[in-house]
Every structure is written in C-alpha cells, then in structure tokens.
Design a protein around this ligand. Structure first.
Ligand code: FE2
Ligand code: FE2
Length: 193
C-alpha cells in the first residue's frame, strides 16, 4: 500500500497519540465486533476504496474509522453510539488532531448517521459508510450492494475481497504508513490484530 497524501499528515501530525487518546476515552474498544480490530479493518477497507474514489477524503476516512464506533456501550442496540463518537471527535479536535469546521461537521455527520442504513450523496461520506459496511462479513453478513454508496464498493470483486479482511492481521503502524502517516512509537493495546 502506498501513502495517500500529505493532507492526512497535516491534520493528524501524531497518529499514535490520537489513537491512544481515543483508546483512553473509548467505551467500546475491547469488543471483537465493534472495537479496535473493527476500526482497523474499516480503515483498511477505506484505503482500498480511496484509491478508486478520487473525490473521497483520506483524512475523513481515517478519522471516521477511529471514531464511529469508539463510544459503543454494547454490541446490540445502542442507537446513540454514533452521536457519542461524533462528540468525542469534537472534543479531541484541536488536541489530538486538526480539522476545519466544514470537514468536522462532515465527520460528525458521518459518525452520527452511520447506523441509519442510508446512502450518502457526498462521496466523502459514502466511502466512510461503505468501508464500515464492507466489514459486515465479520458478523456473517454479506454486504448488500444496494446499501453501498460508491461504485468502488459495489464494483466486481470488492464485496468478496472484503470477506478476507477478517482473516488478515492488522497493526496500526502499517495502516499509518498506508495513509502516509509517520509510524507511532507506543500503543496502549500493543496487539497485532
Ligand atoms: Fe456503529
Ligand atoms: Fe462500524
């Protein structure tokens, strides 16, 4: 995987510090279904879609992967977890990452609405939601192309490709590199899933 641009670096100068800040506040990081291992796979799926969706925004994809399920209280019905994830993002903006008002609103919208199964008109949001939905394989659900917003996610083979995400090991450092971010030094979790 190659870096996707300097914009992410500008907004996330220390990815390791940001991930640790989210892990510290997260109520759902340990869940197999919605926790940290899922966040990494959403980031990885997002990367694949980014390379085929020039209008998408790598910074938003990285931040969405990190925040959207960060504040889940359980793996079942928790309709307010998206809004709580958006609140955490607003709280850490300016402390652990930078983002202008317009894109902060877009990130918040993407987090708040990601569970409502709608399609996104804006491809910057669509890639985020599709990356999340492509990871439905982890709970034995084949992603429905009618619920995917971007051509890249619906394209031949992408849904099948996403099935293998669950078997692949993911470490943050590799994902940072793929997003063009410098590698981190320390992680609270330290795991390799
Ligand atoms: Fe969610
Ligand atoms: Fe998710």
């Amino acid at each position: 995987m190659t870096g996707v641009g300097a914009d992410v670096r500008l907004h996330v100068p220390d990815a390791s510090r940001l991930v640790n800040a989210v892990l510290k506040r997260s109520t759902g990081k340990d869940s197999y279904v919605h926790g940290e291992s899922h966040w990494k796979r959403v980031a990885a799926a997002g990367l694949a879609l980014l390379s085929e969706t020039p209008e998408a925004d790598p910074t938003l994809v990285f931040l969405f992967a990190l925040f959207h399920d960060s504040m889940r209280l359980n793996d079942n019905r928790d309709p307010m977890h998206g809004p709580r994830g958006a609140m955490l993002a607003r709280d850490l903006r300016g402390k652990a990452f930078e983002l202008d008002e317009e894109r902060m609103d877009l990130l918040a919208f993407a987090c708040e609405e990601h569970t409502n199964a709608g399609l996104a008109e804006d491809p910057r949001v669509g890639v985020c939601w599709d990356a999340d939905r492509l990871n439905l394989w982890r709970v034995g659900i084949k992603p429905d192309p009618r619920l995917l917003s971007t051509e890249a996610a619906r394209s031949n083979g992408r849904i099948e490709w996403a099935r293998s995400l669950q078997q692949e090991p993911f470490v943050w450092d590799k994902l940072y590199r793929a997003f063009g971010l410098p590698e981190g030094h320390r992680h609270q979790s330290g795991e390799a899933n």
